[in-house]
Design a protein around this ligand. Structure first.
Ligand code: UD1
Ligand code: CA
Length: 455
């Protein structure tokens, strides 16, 4: 059985924040969610999150998820933190494993953890790294044969030990029963007066339990976040990594340093993404899509050859093949733009289907509408879909021409091929094929003079 313990009780004082540290985001998701993602990829039987500072908020953020929480109050060190998780661990077989992760080490990848579990065999395995500047970290002390002897914390280390470049990342995998036994034997007689999880290494060696090690595929996987500066650094590292993966898949990024992905982005062939775009949720860009600068796209599906021009905001929308959106367009949830359709500047669509080849090029609000094919929606057209209480639908059939500055007071229907004169306020259905307009007759007052200033 695989138990995963995630330590997340620390205060995170240097974040200078009321929000618990592990809820601070990287790529739009709390750091703890990244760790949980890597953990769940290993199909654990149980995940125990050790919470302390801000425990209520952390638990509330994950309410309803398949997680066990253990409270550590007060915080007396990493060993003490793992002790709080012990009552919740699943145990039965001698090969039961316990993996320890950290809520503020968000970018660890499941492949690295898999390698660590593999290295463990039936002993203990440490994720270690060799650093140019190991200061601050616990050092891996080995004997003349290169066998791990123990870990010494920086604050407790001699000068000779501080010269050791191999460090403890903190992540380790242990047999569950042995972990329980070792934690029962550690004390807090050290420089920090804490119960060190790292002390289990010396105890394992004393019992002749083999101590293996693995190294992370990338150094950034083991970087922790203690400050906003480090959070910002990890954000850039992560975004750079996402950008690199897309470039390798054949996507063109105008500048990989000005690209932000806060979800999942899948791209077809020959996709181009200009600078400053933000992708959130699940976004799919089909072959040949071009995204202009500074677009925000969330939970959207963009068809082949479609173009989103600068400053467009797209959320919960479908865009058909070869459609053109923007600049400055807003597609809200339920917008469904057909193939070859155009949505231009300052046009907002909500729960609206715009059929194939239809155009709404300027200044319009189209909400709760079903619009057919080859429809021309004039500038300033507004669907009056809301009476303050209820929403109503507008139906516009194929080949309709809507003049500028028209209000469609829903529920209302415009029949196939109808024309609405500019300035119309449509309150009843417009028949197919006819011109409908509501407009006082234009008149000219002959000889009228502007008022003159008195006195
Ligand atoms: C720990 C390791 C050290 C390693 C380093 C890597 C120990 C004793 N030392 O040191 O060998 O090189 O990580 O970064 O384990 N936490 C709790 N409860 C506590 C104390 C800590 O939940 O009582 C959590 C913290 O929130 C943090 C993590 O454990 O996420 C590590 O704690 P921290 O005090 O930063 O450990 P280090 O002293 O850096
Ligand atoms: Ca500490």
């Amino acid at each position: 059985m695989l138990n995963i313990i995630i330590l997340a009780a620390g205060l995170g004082k240097r974040m200078q924040s009321d929000l618990p540290k592990v809820l601070h985001p990287i790529a739009g998701q709390p750091m703890l969610s990244h760790v949980l993602g890597a953990a769940r990829a290993l199909n654990p039987d149980r995940v125990v999150v050790v919470v302390g500072h801000g425990a209520d908020r952390v638990q509330a953020a994950y309410a309803g998820q398949d997680l066990t929480f253990a409270l550590q109050q007060p915080q007396q060190g990493t060993g003490h933190a793992v002790m709080q998780a012990l009552p919740h661990l699943l145990e039965g077989d001698p090969d039961d494993t316990c993996l320890v992760l950290y809520g503020d080490v968000p970018l660890v990848q499941s492949a690295t953890l898999q390698a660590l579990l593999q290295a463990r065999g039936d002993g203990l395995a440490l994720l270690t790294e060799t650093l140019d500047d190991p200061s601050g970290y616990g050092r891996i002390v080995r004997d003349a044969q290169g066998r791990v002897q123990r870990i010494v914390e920086h604050k407790d280390a001699s000068d000779a030990e501080r010269a050791i470049a191999e460090v403890n990342t903190g992540i380790l995998a242990a047999p569950t029963a042995a972990l329980r036994r070792w934690l029962g034997r550690i004390d807090n007689h050290n420089a920090q007066g804490e119960y060190y999880l790292t002390d289990i290494v010396g105890l394992a060696v004393g019992e002749h339990v083999p101590v293996a090690h693995a190294q992370p595929a990338a150094h950034w996987e083991t970087l922790g976040v203690n400050s906003r500066v480090q959070q910002a650094q990890l954000e850039r590292i992560w975004q750079g990594e996402q950008a690199r993966l897309l470039l390798e898949q054949g996507v063109t990024l105008a500048d990989p340093a000005r690209f932000d992905l806060r979800g999942e982005l899948s791209c077809g062939r020959d996709v181009f993404i200009d600078v400053g775009c933000v992708f959130e949720g699940r976004v799919r860009l089909a072959d040949g899509v071009r995204v202009g600068p500074h677009c925000v796209i969330r939970d959207a599906d963009i068809g082949a050859g479609a173009a989103l021009d600068a400053y467009s905001h797209v959320e919960g929308a479908l865009v058909g093949d070869s459609a053109r959106i923007g600049p400055y367009a807003r597609l809200r949830p339920g917008a469904d733009v057909g193939p070859d359709a155009h949505v231009g500047n300052f046009v907002e669509l909500k729960k609206t289907r715009l059929g194939r080849g239809s155009k709404a090029n300027h200044l319009a609000y189209l909400g709760d509408a079903v619009i057919g094919e080859r429809v021309n929606v004039g500038a300033g057209t507004i669907t009056c879909n809301y009476d303050g209480v209820n929403k109503f639908q507008t139906i516009i059939e194929d080949d309709v021409f809507i003049g500028s500055d028209t209000q469609l007071v829903a529920p209302v229907k415009v029949g196939q091929g109808a024309t609405l004169g500019a300035g119309t306020t449509l309150t009843r259905d417009a028949p197919a094929g006819e011109l409908t307009l509501s407009r006082p007759r234009q008149q000219t007052v002959q000889g009228w003079k502007r008022p003159a200033r008195k006195g």
